[in-house]
Design a protein around this ligand. Sequence first.
Ligand code: ADP
Length: 192
Amino acid sequence: MIVILLGPPGAGKGTQATRLMDKHGFVQLSTGDMLRDAIAKGTELGKKAKSIMDAGKLVEDSIILDMIRERLVDGNHKKGVILDGFPRTLTQAEELDAMLTEMELGIDHVIEMQVDEQMLADRIVKRAAESEQVRDDDTVEVLQQRLKVYHDSTAPIIPYYRVKGALSVVDGMQTIESVASAIDDIIGGWEV
Ligand code: ADP
């Protein structure tokens, strides 16, 4: 099963992806985590990505697609793959489709987590305070830029998936448990 979690920064994608991994044994592929890992390791990719991420902009499609291609290996999907933070542009969505078609796979569910954007600044400030990992992009100033990028570049993929009939919407303003159970209802009691 392949599930995509979509939503603005702070919507709770990472929280729900981690839960799906722990509860259902999904493999979580988070492009944000991969990039932060590259930064922590000081790789060339990490050096290149850091300033882009800190500015709240998007890392180049080709870099992101290479990272995903490497990890979306045969076999992962048997457990279930949860894509968190990817795709983020129409090009990424189209290339993902092409990759999956080649693997004779398809996307099972795209789950859009809708949130009240007025509340996101509070969430981001809270996340920055609670997180062990320091993220230079988790500030109210960068959030505004990330939200703009979300509306300009990522939101257009919502109709792309709606037309394909793969899109479900959950209210991301509920408690973590209620969001989790709404997601479980969508994916339909998937167990491995
Ligand atoms: P959040 O879940 O808070 O939106 P992420 O951890 O998913 O944050 O992403 C952090 C940053 O990493 C983004 O603002 C962007 O710079 C970069 N990034 C992550 N995923 C992608 C992607 N699919 N395409 C381009 N850039 C990405």
